[in-house]
Design a protein around this ligand. Structure first.
Ligand code: SER
Length: 313
């Protein structure tokens, strides 16, 4: 039988694409999107839901007969620094409500997105291993590390089947990220196509782990469909696609748009980026549940340019 799915934060960068993918996989009516805003396009059942309204959340889950929750609602790394306490409240208390509900209502499976923002200044910078020091400097990263530990706790103590990956920066053409440090890698395509010029808020040699949206969506659906006993890690799995610097992505885009120019004006996000890893070792995800990425910088750039050009035409 198909699961009945609730997606929180469904209007965000990942939610927008994930909801369509889940609707294709499980049927439109089996996937309810929710957020504190209306979706740009109504493509199926949607409800207004503030993740801090626990009672509403509970009512929706019961009334709709929800069996799985993809809990995407969160405030990202850069925006989070403008209001640390609110970010903690939304990111951490939002998750706790979901975990409690899952325990009480016997929700079959939960997906919790974690991030490369769990890494910090003492984390090995390259090929960061699955088990490494996690000492993030942003409140977003702190809320995600703590969230991972609580996921593990609810799994071990109450059997809540919560599954998680640490997303790298995600690049897609269907939606714009809001308030992340890796957002430049999406903005650069739009500016290249619209204006032939981009002012980058990170320094040119800042290498970060990244992933193309189709890979991120496949990873999400795959870990949620994996047999329970295959998943050995119940905090969160490292996940890798590619790694590049602003200069490298600029050069790749320039192959398609020879007049494209770039300038660099680093702001407070540079410090956040500098505290994260440059590349990730995701061997555990590959061997436990068969993860394999498909897109590298070249293949992604080609598709992004094709898709975004189409949007502006
Ligand atoms: N893309 C996110 C951010 O930049 C990282 O999880 O905040």
């Amino acid at each position: 039988m198909n699961p009945k799915i609730l997606v929180t934060g469904a209007n965000g960068q990942i939610g927008t694409t994930l909801v369509s993918a889940l609707r294709e996989e499980y049927g439109i009516d089996n996937v309810v999107s929710s957020d504190i805003t209306e979706p740009k396009e109504i493509t199926g059942p949607h409800c207004f839901l503030d993740i801090l309204n626990e009672q509403r959340l509970r009512e929706h889950v019961k009334d709709l007969g929800i069996t799985q929750i993809y809990h995407l609602a969160a405030i990202l790394s850069a925006n989070g620094e403008w209001n640390p306490l609110k970010t903690w409240n939304v990111n951490f208390n939002g998750l706790l409500s979901i975990l409690e509900l899952a325990k009480e209502e016997k929700i079959e499976r939960i997906f919790f997105p974690s991030t490369i923002a769990v890494h910090g200044l003492n984390t090995p910078k390259t090929q960061t291993p699955q088990h490494a020091a996690l000492d993030p400097t942003t409140v977003y990263g702190m809320s995600k590390v703590t969230g991972e530990l609580w996921c593990n706790y609810y799994f071990k103590r109450y059997g809540v089947d919560v599954r998680s990956v640490r997303y790298p920066g995600i690049i897609g053409y269907r939606s714009i990220p809001h308030g992340g440090t890796t957002d430049y890698a999406v903005e650069i395509f739009h500016e290249a196509i619209k204006n032939n010029n981009y002012e980058c808020f990170l320094e040119k040699d800042t290498r970060l782990p990244m992933m193309y949206m189709p890979d991120a969506i496949r990873a999400t659906v795959k870990i949620m469909q994996a047999p329970k006993n295959d998943l050995q890690i119940r905090t969160s799995y490292n996940l890798a696609g590619m790694s590049f610097t602003p200069k490298e992505i600029f050069e790749e885009i320039k192959k398609h748009l020879p007049n494209f120019t770039i300038s660099y004006k680093p702001d407070f996000r540079q410090e956040i980026a500098a505290s994260w890893s440059e590349s990730i070792d995701d061997q555990a995800a590959r061997s436990d549940w068969g993860w394999a990425h498909e897109y590298d910088l070249e293949k992604m750039t080609q598709d992004m340019i094709f898709q975004i050009k189409k949007q502006y035409e």
